[in-house]
Design a protein around this ligand. Structure first.
Ligand SMILES: O=C(O)[C@H]1O[C@H](OP(=O)(O)OP(=O)(O)OC[C@H]2O[C@@H](n3ccc(=O)[nH]c3=O)[C@H](O)[C@@H]2O)[C@H](O)[C@@H](O)[C@H]1O
Length: 436
């Protein structure tokens, strides 16, 4: 999958090295013990050189593990100035928000929306290679232009988080950094544990120790409903039957969040996102790679349920989700603890953020064909047992009541905006020229 995401990178150019001619070997003679010693020394040095080159020039593996071992890319007075400036709010009533995963899809949109209305925003992102890092860099550029600085770092780096909380008294943390994707969990389970569990705990540790403690709003997932068949999915429904490791780590996150709320008085709100899509989206999601493959004339695989019925999703447009995120931040009550000690009970909430209008995947493909004016080459296959669920459908009455959440974008309208962005970003050379 990662290779597929990185198709934009230029291919390597093999064939430039000429093979050595075998007759060189026959001409080579060892005449003395001195020359034998020289030969062994040279071979040993060449071996060390090869190990050095291999260690420091091979690309990092497709994982969310921290990439830096030789030193930190953060710190220093200039860096602290950038951090403080980015986190400075422009309105007296605004929040001061740390957005994790700020160079990600939802993270970039939420950061821009907060900045636009005058909140102070600081981003953090580890720029991992799960999908095309150039897209993340492009989002970062967009944020920089809006005045949002994105720290290049991992939420597993406790020293970095402590430093950020020392420099800025964040009132809120919008935690969107995660290892996403339902099916990739079978290929790289460790990356889900690293980001969604270890990273989350590390972040909550930093939040509980911070003074003041921030209120935390974070991205859970519709996937926690797993095999739940009662529709629409309500926050009260059972979530103890995850169908993927991704879902299990998000569910674990909800339980972990509860324990930090209970022990330390952290105010925590989980938002269960339902298949969020839109401009600047994630290339690992079906609507995104269907668009790419349809345009290339490649066959797309459309899943149907094992009984031959359609698979459907409550596709939710990014602008609607952003409004839900801002609503959650604005209604979050303060944490009650300080110095790592709870002073009283704190707010703990869970909300669905869906569109509450599921659409079959076959319909998604039909809309894309219409917008792209290209007939898709489809292969219909039964849904593999790799973590997918047949159907998602959000009951959003709680989010409507408490956050004022009302989704307003239907799938066709949202995909139209996505396709417009996609064509501008990739087809017109916008992406290739790096003009972002
Ligand atoms: O709501 C969530 O919590 C999750 O939403 C998203 O997961 P999903 O809803 O599974 O989205 P996505 O992969 O786009 O597949 C969409 C549909 O296309 C079908 N699908 C998929 C691939 C394929 O080749 N063919 C196909 O038919 C497939 O069967 C499915 O019905 C996020 O990726 C995830 O990170 C998480 O946030």
């Amino acid at each position: 999958m990662v290779q597929q995401m990185n198709e934009a990178s230029p291919p390597s150019t093999p064939g430039k090295l000429k093979p050595e001619k075998p007759h060189h070997i026959h001409r080579f003679r060892i005449h003395s013990s001195h020359s034998r010693l020289t030969l062994f020394t040279s071979l040993f040095l060449a071996f060390i050189l090869l190990i050095f080159l291999f260690t420091f020039t091979s690309p990092p593996p497709p994982t969310t593990a921290p990439r830096r071992v030789l030193g930190d890319s953060w710190g220093g007075s200039q860096w602290e100035r950038l951090v403080s400036k980015s986190a400075r709010r422009n309105s007296a009533s605004g929040h001061t928000v740390l957005v994790t995963g700020a160079a990600g899809f939802v993270g970039a949109h939420v950061s821009l929306a907060l900045k636009r209305r005058g909140d102070g925003v600081l981003g953090i992102d580890n720029f991992n290679r799960y999908y095309d890092p150039n897209l993340k860099q492009a989002r970062k550029k967009l944020l920089e232009r809006a005045g949002v600085f994105v720290v290049d770092g991992d939420i597993n780096d406790g020293r970095l988080l402590k430093k950020l909380f020392d420099v800025v008294p964040f009132t809120h943390v919008m935690h969107l950094a995660a290892q996403a994707g339902v099916r990739y969990a079978m290929q790289n389970p460790g990356s889900y544990v690293h980001s969604n569990i270890a990273g989350f705990v590390n972040l909550l540790e930093a939040c509980k120790s911070a003074n003041p403690q921030p209120a935390v709003v974070w991205a859970s997932s519709s996937s926690v409903y797993g095999l739940n068949s009662k529709v629409p999915f309500s926050e009260k429904d059972r979530t103890d039957q995850p169908a993927s490791l991704y879902a299990a780590t998000k569910k674990a996150g909800e339980e972990i969040a509860h324990s930090y709320n209970h022990i330390y008085g952290l105010s925590i709100t989980a938002l269960r996102f339902f298949t969020v899509y839109g401009p600047w989206g994630r290339p690992d999601m079906a609507y995104f790679f269907f668009t790419k493959d349809i345009l290339k004339g490649k066959v797309i695989t459309v899943y149907e349920s094992p009984d031959g019925g359609s698979v459907a999703r409550d596709f939710t447009y990014i602008d609607d989700v952003v409004k839900g995120c801002l609503g959650a931040l604005d209604t979050a009550k303060k944490s009650t603890g300080s110095g790592g000690k709870k002073k009283g009970s704190a707010q703990f909430r869970v909300f669905n953020l869906g569109n509450t209008a599921p659409v079959p995947v076959s319909e998604l493909v039909a809309i894309l064909e219409k917008l792209l004016k290209v007939k898709a080459k489809k292969k219909i296959l039964p849904m593999p047992r790799n973590g997918d669920v047949k159907f998602t459908h959000a009951n959003i009455s709680l989010a409507h009541r408490d956050l004022g959440y009302i989704p307003t974008t239907d799938l066709e309208t949202g995909l139209k905006k996505f396709v417009k962005w996609y064509l501008e970003f990739y087809s017109t050379g916008f992406y290739k020229k790096g003009s972002w």
